[in-house]
Design a protein around this ligand. Sequence first.
Ligand SMILES: NC(=O)c1ccc[n+]([C@@H]2O[C@H](COP(=O)([O-])OP(=O)(O)OC[C@H]3O[C@@H](n4cnc5c(N)ncnc54)[C@H](OP(=O)(O)O)[C@@H]3O)[C@@H](O)[C@H]2O)c1
Length: 270
Amino acid sequence: MLGHSLVPALRAAGMDVVAHGNSKGMDVAGDLTDAAVAADLVAASEPDVVVNLAALTNVDRCEEVPNEAYRINVKLVENLVSALEKRPGSHLVQISTDQVYEGNGPFGEDDVHVANTYAFSKYAGELAALRMPATVLRTNFFGHSQLEGRPSFSDWLEKTLRAGTEFTGFTDVLFSPLGLDSLVAMITRTIEARRPGIFNLGSHGGMSKADFALVLAGHLGLDAGAMKKGSVADMSLMAYRPRDMRMNVTRFEQAFSVTLPDLKDEIAAL
Ligand SMILES: NC(=O)c1ccc[n+]([C@@H]2O[C@H](COP(=O)([O-])OP(=O)(O)OC[C@H]3O[C@@H](n4cnc5c(N)ncnc54)[C@H](OP(=O)(O)O)[C@@H]3O)[C@@H](O)[C@H]2O)c1
């Protein structure tokens, strides 16, 4: 999903991009959990920078098949790093997640508390990435997905609000995502800067998923009456969901000389 927004933006910024996909054909395809495939891809495309978006992102699936979560979210990163180590001067941008946090946010980068297998595997993937000069971006995002059949959280929410279908808005899950356009602009900046380290990349403010739905509905002029406020604890989900994933984004702002937006403004922009 993120790749379908990022790749056109990087090309528009004048970068020479080789877009890799696994089963859905891009410029090149291949299973990067196979070390030889990763090595061949890097050797053939000779990248200065790799942005790794490949992941097993289905949180419940990670809980169900932790070995797959390990292979895709950790081993795949190790394969890329091993291949890139043969290209001195190359840089890795590893996209990670706000799910590595839990407790009372907003969290600084050192406040890691993994509470499910997805978070564990993404955190291990970060450590694998940091074997080489890498920028780890812990993020979350919403916006218009450019990938058919893969709606974002806000795509799903808008569709549900328009349909008037009953749904539960979680009052006890707090997050601070960025809109896709802002995220893409910030990833572009990190590619140019090649500054190593771990950075939270989200918005200021943060709110519950229920409040996000109310604010979005307000901007769309839609009635949110079909939303029932509730707790994620009442859902029977395979994986535990962190209750608070809000991020303190000061480190990113200082390192990259930017001011990140407020979540309310990001929803308005959408
Ligand atoms: N979506 C969110 O809301 C969200 C929030 C926070 C962080 N993130 C992070 O942002 C990044 C991008 O997320 P996304 O939602 O855009 O991901 P996505 O739509 O689920 O795409 C993941 C990609 O990884 C590829 N992939 C999976 N296994 C692979 C393998 N063995 N070899 C090569 N490629 C493989 C998939 O290819 P196929 O589909 O062809 O298998 C797919 O193109 C991820 O690192 C994710 O953890 C996402």
